[in-house]
Design a protein around this ligand. Structure first.
Ligand SMILES: *[C@@H]1O[C@H](CO)[C@@H](O)[C@H](O)[C@H]1NC(C)=O
Ligand SMILES: *[C@@H]1O[C@H](CO)[C@@H](O)[C@H](O)[C@H]1NC(C)=O
Ligand SMILES: *[C@@H]1O[C@H](CO)[C@@H](O)[C@H](O)[C@H]1NC(C)=O
Ligand SMILES: *[C@@H]1O[C@H](CO)[C@@H](O)[C@H](O)[C@H]1NC(C)=O
Ligand SMILES: *[C@@H]1O[C@H](CO)[C@@H](O)[C@H](O)[C@H]1NC(C)=O
Ligand SMILES: *[C@@H]1O[C@H](CO)[C@@H](O)[C@H](O)[C@H]1NC(C)=O
Length: 445
């Protein structure tokens, strides 16, 4: 009776989530970690995440030590354990001295218990990183393929040796700083229990991928001198569908999460961001004639501390870059559609909400002369609380469109972010219908 009832429940759980291994294996005094069970919570995208079958063997990589490059051995283990195995990186420190192309993966896990550290060799990475055309993105490592779980069990760390790059940037701002971890062509995957520190540029660059969950990730940057960490976005998605980022803590110097062109069905929930430029859709419409889409996004329950903007949507107006106007970009087409920011708890933000369709064009007269061809529609900002920063006091939010025709159904409700002076909060509203802006106190500029 009992087992009859229990069996179907177990079957359902097994298809919904990763299967936990019963017992660990021991190698050189370290025990393999079980693959964690990861579930979208409390919200999901409404799309399926594929089941991940149990892995049946381990490939251990022994670190060479003494600063020697471990990348060849990691690549060899990935080949050997591909299609059903787990690559176990259990020593304290692994050195990545060569560009690692891991886009051939299939049904494979990485159990990372130590630190993977990229060598800070600017000349090598400039010549050998993986290059993408979008915004000069390039990465030192690339993960791709089908059904991949990368877990750090709260111990595993990826270290980008960013200091060397920030110091280099201070001397020459043209050095070609790589993103730290690249994901390209990944179909189904989880990342969990990992800490990532000090990327030369963005932390996670995710392109042409789908069905990926990040859970319990910690991102930190810290400089030991006066050269600040440069860029350091948490996650950037591009041409990517169906992603969840949850239960993560980010302390960085640029966007916490950034939705680049063609990012769809993404839920970002229960995260904390410190020092960032916000949860940022865009910038979009940067390339003349190119169509950019961002739709079906939920940003739920975010704590924001010492940020530039908390909730941010940035779109270029329709100014052709070939027309001389201070050399700015713009002129792209597309749509930002069905975006909800629900629950922002703010401890110092210059703007609690920043919507601009005049990105790159501070002269509003020119912006409204060239309304954006990239529409912003069906947007919700609700349940915001906390205190803004002194910067624009008593203004705490700005929503500036280029024309009401291309900015429709933008809603706010229950926005309770106060300026630090204690004055009544003001919100800049331009070129959008004010009837949907509940609890705002709109001013023109
Ligand atoms: C700055 O870095 C770029 C990219 O590596 C290089 O082409 C250029 O020569 C460097 N400039 C100087 C002054 O070193
Ligand atoms: C964020 O990082 C900065 C620089 O390392 C540090 O001073 C600050 O204490 C950190 N804040 C949090 C909340 O981790
Ligand atoms: C919001 O997220 C925090 C973690 O940042 C979590 O502790 C808290 O339980 C979440 N609250 C809700 C209502 O989901
Ligand atoms: C985005 O997707 C649309 C189709 O929905 C396509 O026409 C467009 O080229 C894509 N844009 C980018 C930047 O890939
Ligand atoms: C809007 O986006 C949310 C969040 O991804 C999704 O759950 C919902 O189904 C979308 N609505 C429509 C009409 O597609
Ligand atoms: C903005 O642009 C208009 C039209 O070109 C111009 O007349 C005006 O002086 C500009 N304003 C500022 C502040 O530059």
């Amino acid at each position: 009776m009992f087992s009859k009832l229990l069996l179907p429940v177990i079957t359902v759980l097994a298809t919904l989530s990763s299967i936990t291994e019963a017992t660990g294996r021991t190698h050189n005094g370290h025990t393999t970690a079980p693959r964690p069970t990861i579930k979208p919570y409390p919200y999901t995208t409404g799309k399926q995440f594929p089941a991940s079958p149990r892995r049946t063997r381990h490939c251990f990589v022994d670190a060479l030590g003494n600063g020697k490059d471990d990348s060849d051995n990691i690549l060899a283990a990935a080949r050997k354990c591909n299609d059903g195995g787990t690559i176990a990186l259990m020593d304290d420190l692994y050195i990545i001295g060569k560009a690692l192309d891991l886009t051939f993966l299939k049904h494979v896990d990485f159990d990372i218990q130590g630190t993977l550290k990229f060598v800070p060799d600017v000349a090598y990475w400039e010549a050998n990183s993986f290059k993408f055309t979008f915004q000069g993105a390039n990465t030192m490592i690339l993960f791709g393929g089908e059904d991949i779980n990368i877990f750090g069990s709260g111990k595993g760390t990826i270290d980008g040796s960013g200091q060397t790059w920030w110091d280099g940037y201070a001397k020459n701002s043209s050095i070609y700083r790589p993103m730290m971890v690249g994901v390209s062509g990944m179909k189904g995957g989880t990342w969990s229990g990992l800490r990532m520190i000090n990327p030369p540029n963005w932390f996670n660059w995710i392109t042409d991928s789908n069905d990926i969950i990040y859970d319990n990730i910690r991102l930190d940057v810290f400089s030991v001198n006066s050269n600040s960490p440069k860029n350091t976005d948490g996650w950037d998605t591009y041409r990517t569908d169906n992603v969840i980022v949850q239960n993560s803590i980010v302390n960085n110097t640029d966007d916490c999460f950034s939705w680049k062109p063609n990012s769809t069905n993404i839920v970002v929930q229960n995260n904390q961001c410190t020092g960032s430029h916000g949860m940022s859709i865009g910038s979009l419409g940067q390339y003349d004639g190119v169509y950019d889409l961002v739709e079906n996004v939920l940003i739920y329950n975010t704590t924001m501390k010492n940020v530039g903007s908390a909730a941010r949507i940035k779109v270029y107006p329709d100014i052709n870059p070939n027309v001389p106007n201070n050399g700015m970009s713009g002129g792209g087409l597309g749509m930002v559609n069905n975006i909800t920011y629900d629950g922002m708890h703010i401890n110092s933000a210059d703007w609690a909400i920043e919507v601009t369709q005049c990105y790159g064009q501070s002269n509003r007269t020119i912006c409204t002369e060239y309304p954006s061809k990239l529409a912003i529609q069906d947007i919700w900002f609700k349940n915001f609380d906390g205190v803004a920063s002194k910067k624009y006091d008593p203004k705490v939010a700005t929503l500036v469109c280029s024309s009401p025709n291309v900015c429709q159904c933008i809603h706010t409700d229950n926005i309770n972010v106060k300026p630090p002076s204690g004055k009544p909060a003001q919100h800049v509203c331009a070129n959008l219908y004010r009837g949907f802006l509940k609890t705002l106190n709109c001013v023109d500029s």
